[in-house]
Each structure stands twice: as structure tokens, then as C-alpha cells.
Unconditional design. Structure first.
Length: 91
């Protein structure tokens, strides 16, 4: 089964995702326009970097993964992604 790992604040603990061993991990980065006031470019870059670092950690282990960037509400975008990918949330 596929799983989705949500990154939306940059404060997420990636330990469980780094030790993932399932079919495929979708790393969902949700950019919430409400939380991007001020240094939006820096916040977006930080979230992307966190996702890419996680992807690079999984790749040498042979774990299929991909990074998906979305704009919107983290909760709503997570639900859409879970449905679209027919996946479960990685907690």
C-alpha cells in the first residue's frame, strides 16, 4: 500500500518517514497561502528542501518516493491526495 507523508509547517518529525519500508511514499508538501506572509520564498524553499532531503534519504534504500507540491489548506489537500493516490496517511 502507498502512504502519504505531509509536510506543511516544516516542523514535522521525519523519523518514521525515513524508516519507511512500504510500496511507495508520496511526500506531500502543502503550501498554505495563509501562512506564507512575509518571507514566502524562504518558507517555500525550506519546505521543499525538507521534502527533497527526505526523498534523498529514501532513494539509496530503494524506496519508491516522490515529492508532490500543492497550494491550499493542509487538511483538505491531504484528503485529496489520499483519495487520488488510493493511499493511507503515514503518521
Amino acid at each position: 500500500m502507498k502512504h502519504v507523508f505531509l509536510i506543511s509547517s516544516g516542523e514535522e518529525d521525519t523519523f518514521q518517514a525515513e524508516s519507511y519500508s512500504g510500496e511507495e511514499l508520496v511526500i506531500l508538501v502543502v503550501l498554505d497561502s495563509k501562512g506564507l506572509a512575509g518571507d514566502a520564498d524562504k518558507k517555500i524553499e525550506a519546505l521543499r528542501n525538507k521534502a527533497e532531503q527526505l526523498s534523498m534519504t529514501l532513494a539509496p534504500k530503494g524506496i519508491a518516493n516522490r515529492v508532490v507540491l500543492q497550494w491550499g489548506s493542509p487538511g483538505e489537500e491531504l484528503e485529496r491526495c489520499l483519495e487520488r493516490e488510493n493511499a493511507a496517511r503515514l503518521l
